[in-house]
Design a protein around this ligand. Sequence first.
Ligand code: TYM
Length: 327
Amino acid sequence: MSRVLSGIQPSGDLHLGNYLGAIRNWAADQDIHDAFYCIVDLHALTLDIDPAELRSRTFETALDLLAAGLDPQRCTLFVQSHVTEHVQLSWLLECTATMGELSRMTQFKDKSAGKDSVRVGLFTYPVLQCADILLYDAERVPVGDDQRQHVELAREVAIRFNYRFGDTLVVPEASIPKVGARVMDLQHPERKMSKSISSPLGTLLMLEEPEEIVRKVKKAVTDTDGEVRYDPEAKPGVSNLLELLAVATGGTPDQVAGSYERYGDLKSATADALVEMLRPIRERRDVLAADPGAVFRLLALGAAKARETASATYGRAAEAIGLLTPE
Ligand code: TYM
């Protein structure tokens, strides 16, 4: 079985972009791959976040992922800071990546734009992400489209490390879904749905109440030409709805477009399909939340399992780069 790894920030309520771009595919991958999934709390430190809130969000994210179908019997689910090798390997990789490479990261440019003071961690964040991936010898990294550039960096860094120090790190590849890789904001369909941009009406949460799903989808921005057709360039709003309906029902956006003539009908069908898709997640979430101790135990087991692989890879990399092995 090939190895996959992916990660998610504990930065609040997960939205439909997170679910369709990533988590849903993680759940599907756990039966066919040796899968590692990581809640990247160290990455969250690059933004302003209250310590108590970070702790609770990390735990809540674990609950959300379990509710969304990750099963610790079939995958390794853990919290990044519980495995210290992430930071250790990250330093070796900081000494491998270049300033030029990190300066080109579009997420860094977006998040630092217009700020007087930018934390070093925000700049080096993609290297920590390289460490997350490379520590687990991951061949595939299932992510949404916005993470493509970061995974490409992990490839480059692994290739360079291997070139300088001999074959040590597995060179990974991004795995991006055909539909759902870029879920757009319902109110501003020209930009992606995002936790950091506040657009409550444009963002559908994974645990959204059914009535809210219906309300937000009904209010989704479309266009004035009235034709139900999949054309993301010319018709971003309608195309976004078609993509959502397609992933929720298992078709392609072009196929589902053929079944509707009016925007109102498309919206009703999309809302109903999303309510049904998300219902079991909300129900499971309630059950899991009743036993927090069980979640802590699962995370401890996950970290122990992750550490086995991470420490072996870190040991290999430390030796290859010339660090003296302790007795
Ligand atoms: P994060 O926490 O922003 O997002 C988690 C996952 O959700 C996907 N995603 C989307 N997919 C489709 N449409 C959207 N609108 C949308 N918004 C978010 C993201 O592509 C991602 O797959 N740096 C990463 C976390 C990370 C990571 C890793 C990922 C840290 N280490 C190692 C993979 C491997 C991030 O901030 O994702």
